[in-house]
Design a protein around this ligand. Structure first.
Ligand SMILES: O=C(O)c1ccc[n+]([C@@H]2O[C@H](COP(=O)([O-])O)[C@@H](O)[C@H]2O)c1
Ligand SMILES: Cc1cc2nc[nH]c2cc1C
Length: 335
């Protein structure tokens, strides 16, 4: 199963599986019998039941998490919208491949396999203030790279990104999808401030003007996005066909995911927000999507780091759910 046009992907998104109602019921029943006061594990209980539903197993395990980091370069980076130069993207890809980045340590700490997918780094996307960032063929190629990067054997997916300039792209996408002006969505990214932040905001505003007639989420992704955002969106969609739950990362990852939700409502039902980023507009974006973040630690790194950290939370939730004794098994008196 794959796609060669955005319309073909739209058709796939409109026909994606939902959770298994029987597994949800079985997990809910089991949760009610575990040796704890009702609700005492708080949101961990909801997470375990949610995970069980997507896996179609009332007593699941997480054995094979996969972290995929997508990298891409942005035409708008040449405008001076980042605190770092564009060559950092390819340099960080080498760092990921050598195991030296933060996300490598977090993936390892939580027992996840990590893959890096560098997408045409020598060919930045076009400057979106002058026209679409990508042609349909380019965005489809990046979506497919994401689709193909998901290991069908994985049981939990984390997607993250690396791309100098991509908070400019994510801000423009958010403004287009959720409304509001450039100032409401443009933030500091890697640390821009003062005149550079004003320039960045102007680039976002010009992008919004240039793409006043953008259509659905996938159209917005093509016009204002980047290859690594499309890669993440493709991987999230593929995970849905495999009924693999996904943890999304920060500001850029959430903007990419939002493009799916704004194409077909409910496309992110298999996705949880790993964390709330320190990028100013991230809380508003999560709220617009109805996603409550698992962590809020002031991270603004990207590369899947906040989501990788949240693997621990999901593993903890599922371990309690599937491993705990029931009142009956343990001989503990029920309330
Ligand atoms: O994940 C986030 O919320 C986040 C917030 C700010 C910056 N980043 C990372 O920083 C890079 C983009 O920042 P910038 O300033 O170049 O647009 C990109 O590689 C992201 O992974 C990531
Ligand atoms: C050094 C560096 C590491 C990153 N990881 C994700 N985005 C990043 C941006 C920079 C600048």
């Amino acid at each position: 199963m794959s796609f060669e046009t955005l319309d073909a992907l739209r058709a796939l998104l409109a026909d994606m599986p939902g959770p298994d109602a029987e597994a949800v019921q079985g997990a809910t029943d089991r949760n009610g019998q575990l040796t704890k006061p009702p609700g005492a594990l708080g949101r961990l209980e909801d997470l375990a039941i949610w995970y069980a539903g997507w896996r179609g197993d009332a007593r699941p395990a997480i054995n094979a998490p996969q972290v995929i980091v997508f990298a891409g370069n942005h035409g708008v980076a040449a405008r001076g919208v980042s605190a770092f130069p564009p060559e950092v993207t390819v340099q960080m890809v080498a760092n990921f491949e050598h195991g030296g980045a933060a996300v490598n340590q977090l993936a390892k700490a939580f027992g996840a396999r990590m893959d890096v997918v560098a997408l045409d780094l020598d060919t930045p996307t076009a400057d979106f203030t002058a026209g679409p960032a990508m042609s349909e063929a380019e965005v489809v190629a990046a979506l497919r790279a994401g689709w193909d990067a998901v290991d069908p054997q994985t049981d939990l997916l984390v997607v993250g990104e690396m791309g100098i300039g991509n908070t400019t792209s994510a801000a423009a996408i958010s403004a287009k999808l959720f409304g509001g002006d450039a100032t409401a969505w443009t933030g500091r990214g890697t640390g821009v401030e003062g005149g550079a932040l004003a320039l960045k905001t102007k680039v976002v505003a010009d992008g919004l003007t240039a793409h006043a007639e953008a259509g659905d989420g996938l159209d917005v992704l093509m016009r204002l996005g980047g290859r690594e955002l499309a890669g993440m969106a493709g991987a999230i969609a593929r995970a849905r066909t495999l009924r693999v739950p996904v943890i999304m990362d920060g500001f850029i990852c959430t903007a990419a995911a939002a493009c799916l939700e704004r194409t077909v409502a409910g496309a992110l039902d298999h996705v949880v927000a790993g964390h709330q980023s320190a990028e100013g507009a991230h809380p508003r974006m999560l709220e617009a999507l109805g996603k409550e973040p698992l962590l809020s630690l002031g991270l603004r790194l990207g590369e899947g780091s906040g989501a990788a950290l949240a693997i621990g939370i999901l593993k903890g939730a599922v371990a309690c759910h599937s491993g705990m004794a029931t009142f009956g098994e343990a001989g503990v008196s029920d309330a």
